[in-house]
Design a protein around this ligand. Structure first.
Ligand code: MLT
Length: 411
């Protein structure tokens, strides 16, 4: 019999969003006609930008003609997309990133999960608490942690508590860590790190020779004109030696089902080999990517590149404005109902304090049973999320309004 990877046995039974889906399925068995409103998983509901649709139709037509048909593309992505990203997401913000420092993928979830493969087993990781579960779970799978303890923490991991008292912003660890996962604007709390917050992390990473894994999947939600919240960690001096950035078209342009994201890995970021040499990480990631991935589909990359046209940019802005209006409706509606609410300003996530001292999963069950609204229990993102609850602004407008009314009626 083959041996298994025992690290998997350390993980709790199911992934957070799978557990939510399971509870909904059970509820549906007894209430087949229930009118459920889903503001749980951060999945978008608006159609793709028309510029992307048109570009994908044209790409399909190219595939229908032997003269323009494409088979395998470059694993790292087509130049037309990498160059557009380098220009629009970076150069236009004063950041110099070479197109070949950008690796196109099928989304930031895979990238955030896969990146740890190029790092040694003995690195100490730091994650925020609460946290997007993928960062932690993939390190558990890789054997980079100890066991899950009764207090909900894995041994061998440095947790950075993010609570209302510190505005849900991680503080620098007291001990040395090697890999630091940061997400800003944050999933799940919605908190956004300022330039000085991020500069402190970059300085820490440089001093400790650590690497920051920076998830910027929600950067498009930063309020336009706010100069104090960086869209990219590379806006901070010195970050190009210590940070890897993750971006996604999912939340920016509605690609959750279409799948496209990218990793930015500057050639100047280095790690240490066992023999003490300082080795650039770029070739390692390139090796991993080209070995395990055959490239994002040409059609999808054409759709992604279309968001950088003038028409595409206007459509993406409209999409984001739509969701941010939902965020305002949720935030203000729940505040009026007397709930304490955070996030929802530079972020599509609203992070609310459960009423009284209710536990997160109890609040989840109450909303499901009594008003048929789905959210995400804060404790699913880590022990510090206990007593909190996340709602997403990615719903349909009318359904979002209806959900707020239902929750207000309950309060
Ligand atoms: C979430 O709800 O946290 C996100 O949708 C998960 C993801 O992007 O994978």
């Amino acid at each position: 019999m083959a041996n298994i990877n025992d690290n998997y046995l350390k993980l709790p039974g199911s992934y957070l969003f799978a557990e939510i889906a399971h509870r909904i399925t059970n509820y549906r068995k007894a209430h087949a006609d229930a009118d459920i409103i889903r503001l749980g998983i951060g999945d978008v509901t608006r159609p793709l930008p028309m510029a992307s649709i048109r570009a994908m139709h044209a790409a399909v037509d190219e595939m229908a003609d032997a003269a323009t048909f494409r088979g395998y593309g470059p694993e790292q992505g087509y130049d037309f997309l990498r160059e557009s990203i380098a220009e629009h997401s970076y150069a236009m913000r004063g950041v110099s990133i070479e197109p070949d420092e950008i690796f196109i993928s099928d989304g930031a979830k895979s990238d955030c999960g896969n990146i740890q493969e190029i790092f040694g087993q003995d690195n100490r990781i730091a994650i925020t608490d609460p946290v997007y579960p993928v960062y932690l779970d993939t390190n558990v799978m890789a054997g980079r942690t100890g066991e899950l303890q009764e207090n909900g923490y894995f041994s061998g991991v440095t947790y950075l508590p993010c609570r209302a008292e510190n505005h849900f912003l991680p503080q620098l660890p007291k001990e040395h860590v090697d890999l630091i996962y940061l997400c800003s604007p944050n999933n799940p709390t919605g908190a956004a790190m300022s330039r000085s917050d991020l500069a402190a992390w970059v300085a820490y990473a440089r001093e400790q020779e650590a690497v920051i894994l920076f998830d910027a999947a929600y950067e498009a939600y930063i309020e336009a004109g706010n100069a104090d919240i960086p869209h990219s960690i590379y806006e901070i001096d010195g970050a190009k030696e210590v940070a890897i950035e993750f971006r996604s078209f999912s939340k920016t342009a509605g690609f959750t089902g279409t799948r496209c994201g990218y990793v930015v890995l500057p050639k100047t970021v280095k790690g240490r080999a066992k023999d003490g040499r300082h080795v650039p990480l770029h070739p390692l990631w390139n090796r991993r990517h080209t070995t395990k991935f055959n490239g994002t589909s040409y059609i999808v990359q054409r759709g992604a590149a279309a968001i950088y046209t003038e028409e595409g940019q206007a459509q993406v802005r409209a999409l984001i404005a739509y969701y941010m209006e939902n965020a305002r409706i949720i935030r203000e509606g729940l505040q009026k109902a007397g709930l304490t609410v955070y996030g929802g300003v530079h972020s599509p996530y609203i992070w609310l304090k459960t009423p009284g001292s209710m536990l997160s999963w109890d609040f989840f069950d109450q909303l499901l049973q009594e008003v048929q609204v789905i959210g995400t229990p804060g404790v699913g993102f880590g022990p510090c999320g206990e007593g909190y609850f996340r709602l997403t602004a990615f719903g349909d407008r009318e359904r979002t309004q209806e959900a707020v009314e239902r929750i207000r009626a309950l309060a």
